[in-house]
Design a protein around this ligand. Structure first.
Ligand SMILES: NC(=O)c1ccc[n+]([C@@H]2O[C@H](COP(=O)([O-])OP(=O)(O)OC[C@H]3O[C@@H](n4cnc5c(N)ncnc54)[C@H](OP(=O)(O)O)[C@@H]3O)[C@@H](O)[C@H]2O)c1
Length: 391
């Protein structure tokens, strides 16, 4: 990689960004321009193609070189799409077959998306993936435990390694994806591991940006789609009809925007953001609304917890993709916690979308042909438990 760097001092273009990008020590304001050049300490080789330029969008460069771990997942495609669309360079570590990344390949300009193989226990592959980046985003996750990776591996040890190695390699921002209900005392092993993951990431990378989203909905989600598919079991089994559980679902595009924004926001380092939709609804109301938009009959029934767990255990043991698990049933029936003191989407300049307007994008595929093009006006709107847009 050629190390051709032209330093042009344009205060209007944000010297500090160029400085941070180049890994240089900037002189104090007021220092005469002539002196400034002498003060630059060059730590990292930098190709001129990563110096911000253009008006944003393709064929310009946005100033971020980001490594996105877990880019092949649900959230990854939206994050890579947004970073690529703004003309940033994205390094995409992947495992398995390169065809798994085929959908990501057109998301950036030629040469701006770089694919690298990585293995979670191979430190060199992690180091190679992060060493040229100024931002590292950890989206690694799995809804179930596999024979090779436990929740502890995926949510504690892997994030800890990524954070530690990123720190050692001089990465400036580490963005870690957690969960709103992550808690070391949670009844769900998934959420307990997530809670511990937050702690180890903070220890390894104190300025890490931790994002705690509630359940995310979007076209490829495992939330609205999961409940819509439950109709195949003769109705929707819900513990206590879902009336004791309340959630604040958040739209996938808002989360992708928040991730990219937190890579830029000067106030973000060291913060923990809680990312939720505006309103709180009971699980019952959410699922009812999903069925209403899908023009499908909503037939909820109460399934006692033990029976529900037995049913989930069958999927856990006998299906390859573990569409549901005992832990997932548990998680789905845990209400979203409130964190009044922590910043949220609005603090990153993002207005949360409403489920009333976005659910159709997810659910249209569950409609029968007759209703495919029908408007959503007729759908029964969910009852809001707490309307935060009016408080
Ligand atoms: N979706 C939600 O509603 C939601 C809500 C709150 C928090 N989150 C968190 O947000 C993050 C991203 O969620 P998501 O829905 O995008 O997850 P996802 O669709 O399951 O994707 C997970 C990604 O992690 C990778 N991965 C999993 N285990 C790995 C391992 N052992 N080694 C290497 N890579 C591994 C997967 O790679 P492969 O494709 O190779 O398997 C995939 O790219 C997760 O941490 C999740 O817990 C999600």
């Amino acid at each position: 990689m050629a190390a051709v760097v032209r330093y042009r001092f344009r205060p209007d273009l944000g010297m500090s960004l160029l400085g941070r990008l180049a890994g240089v020590a900037l002189p104090k304001p007021g220092c005469p321009t002539g002196l400034r050049k002498c003060c630059l300490l060059h730590h990292r080789q930098l190709h001129e193609s990563v110096i911000p330029r253009g008006r944003g969008g393709r064929s310009s460069f946005g100033g971020i070189v980001a490594t996105v771990f877990g880019a092949t997942g649900f959230l990854g495609r939206y994050v890579v799409g947004r970073l690529g669309h703004e003309g940033n360079q994205v390094i995409i570590p992947y495992r398995g077959d390169s065809y798994d990344t085929a959908h990501l390949q057109p998301m950036g300009d030629l040469g701006q998306l770089i694919f690298r193989e990585w293995y979670a226990w191979d430190e060199d592959s992690i180091r190679n993936s992060v060493k040229n980046s100024n931002v590292v985003i950890n989206l690694v996750g799995r809804e179930w435990e596999s024979n090779n990776f436990s929740y502890d591996d995926v949510f504690v040890k892997i994030p800890q390694n990524l954070a530690r190695i990123s720190k050692e390699e001089g990465v400036q921002r580490f963005i870690h994806m957690s969960h709103i209900n992550a808690d070391v005392g949670s009844p769900s092993p998934f959420l307990r591991a997530k809670g511990l993951g937050e702690q180890v990431v903070r220890e390894a990378f104190p300025e890490a940006i931790i994002l705690k989203p509630s359940d995310i909905y979007g076209q490829e989600d495992t939330f609205f789609n999961y409940f819509a598919c439950l109709r195949l079991f003769g109705g929707v089994p819900l513990i206590k009809m879902g009336k004791d559980t309340s959630k604040k679902p958040v739209f996938i595009v808002d989360i992708a925007k928040a991730i990219v924004q937190s890579a830029r926001d000067p106030n973000a380092p060291g913060q923990t953001y809680v990312l939720t939709g505006y309103n709180r609804y009971s699980l019952h109301e959410i699922v009812k609304f999903v069925y209403s938009v899908a023009h499908r009959p909503f037939i909820p029934y109460h399934l006692p917890t033990r029976l529900y767990m037995l049913w989930a255990l069958c999927f856990e043991k006998f299906s390859v993709h573990r569409w549901t698990t005992r832990d997932k049933v548990n998680r789905m029936h845990i209400s979203d916690l409130d964190f009044p003191g922590l910043p949220g989407l609005e603090d990153l300049g993002i207005k949360p979308s409403s489920i009333e307007s976005k659910t159709i994008e997810v659910v249209r595929r569950h409609r029968i042909h007759r209703w495919l093009e029908e408007d959503v006006e007729e759908a029964q709107l969910p009852k809001i438990i707490v309307d935060e847009s009016t408080t």
